[in-house]
Design a binder for this molecule. Structure first.
Ligand code: SF4
Length: 388
């Protein structure tokens, strides 16, 4: 498969707000169902273990005009819930048999309540992700919640709860995360060969495709990356931090790279690689999945950090791992988790002498000139006066 065809397929999935690809998958065999989840982290393995397709619901981006979604929320709030409501009211998500709302923030928690009113026939679940200091208690709590979720979803799917099926799903999603990491490693090591726009489109494809199809597409893409030589530009290397929930428009991602910044790590679609290492396939699979999230999740603004210096060290560690010259703090406007963490993260960047800039965006931002100027100046400043 040629790179141009792979990227075109991923772009078509990104633009598929009507979930036609999901409907095609459902039509492929009798009784197939799909369940949506909001960002950032949801246990896709549990959905998959019941035979249903996990589907990431990431809003309407810049492709959707908000007509009725605004009426459900006050002005001072991010854009994502408005476009998710708009998608719901327009019937685009009606093919889903359930929706999971993780405890990313109050907005998504409240959206789970709105959804119960809007879609009374649909299975709707608020996921109270484990947060705290007592890791053993958190593992036990989340494992018991995963079991309840599994029972509920098995009922929706019309199957029995099956520990072996869950183990198989754990193994499959271990492989998915490995594939995502291979894509990220390829971009980190050769950013000239892996434009962030393409990596992002592939990541989004992974949110709607069955896992095997996503891995095949990603492997074909990596094969092209290995084959094709592309001259490197004199760009600065940056990590983009804070865009973990409401996604930036594709034009903004392209703009940052065109302005002279190779993105060598980011938070986009973070849930697809939230767990760092393979989930154990031994013992109780619910405990194993819970343990992996509690003890081995990527550090991010959506989880409580017991170590008060942890968030300050985070930027230094991520910049070093990505061999980055600087950091761009990019958060959705009114995003509480990202913006409340930003002073701590920025202080950490300053203390580690990692140059940084920051800005806010909305998923439907249409003007990129200010971002181009800011990122271009940042890249030039790094080249003139040095990064880390
Ligand atoms: S963008 Fe931020 S505030 Fe909005 S739903 Fe996501 S995490 Fe919550």
């Amino acid at each position: 498969m040629k790179r141009i065809d792979i990227v075109a397929e991923a772009r078509a999935l990104y633009e598929d707000l009507d979930l036609q690809s999901v409907k095609r998958w459902m039509a492929g065999a009798p009784g197939r169902k799909a369940v949506g989840y909001l960002p950032v982290y949801a246990p896709k393995e549990i959905i998959h273990a019941t035979g249903m397709l996990p589907v990431g619901v990431h809003g309407g981006g810049d492709q959707l005009e908000i007509i009725r979604g605004d009426a459900y929320y006050q002005s001072y709030i991010c854009h994502l819930p408005r476009s998710v409501v708009e998608l719901g009211l327009s019937g685009r998500l009606d093919c889903l048999s359930g929706m999971l709302f993780p405890s990313t923030c109050d907005v998504i928690r409240n959206l789970s309540g709105v959804w119960q009113v809007l879609k009374s026939g649909m299975y709707v679940r608020y996921l109270d992700l484990p947060q705290g200091q007592d890791l053993d208690a958190m593992v036990a709590f989340w494992a018991s919640d995963l079991k309840i979720l599994h029972q509920d979803l098995a009922r929706v799917a019309g199957v029995e709860v099956d520990a072996e099926a869950l183990r198989a799903s754990l193994a499959l999603y271990n492989a998915v995360r490995e594939t995502v990491r291979a894509l990220y490693a390829a971009r980190r090591d050769t950013p000239e060969r892996v434009p962030s726009e393409e990596l992002y489109l592939l990541s989004r494809a992974g949110e709607v495709l069955p896992p095997e199809s996503f891995m095949a597409l990603a492997e074909a893409y990596l094969e092209c990356v290995r084959r094709e030589d592309v001259p490197a530009r004199d760009n600065s290397r940056v990590v983009v931090i804070g865009a973990f929930c409401e996604q930036p428009p594709l034009g903004l991602i392209k703009t940052l790279e065109r302005a002279g910044c190779y993105i060598v790590d980011d938070d986009f679609v973070l849930g697809n690689r939230m767990i760092n290492h393979p989930v154990s396939l031994d013992g109780d699979p619910w405990m194993a999945l819970s343990d992996a999230l509690v003890r081995d999740a990527m550090k991010s603004s959506i989880f409580y950090e017991a170590d008060p210096t942890g968030k300050k060290r985070l930027v230094k560690e991520r910049a070093a791992a990505a061999r980055a010259d600087g950091v761009i703090f990019a958060a959705a406007s009114f995003c509480d988790p990202a913006l409340l963490d930003r002073p701590m993260l920025r202080a950490g960047a300053d203390a580690a002498h990692v140059p940084s800039i920051s800005f806010k965006y909305s998923e439907n931002s249409g003007q990129f000139q200010q971002f181009r100027e800011q990122a271009g100046t940042f890249s030039d400043a790094i080249k003139l006066w040095g990064g880390r």
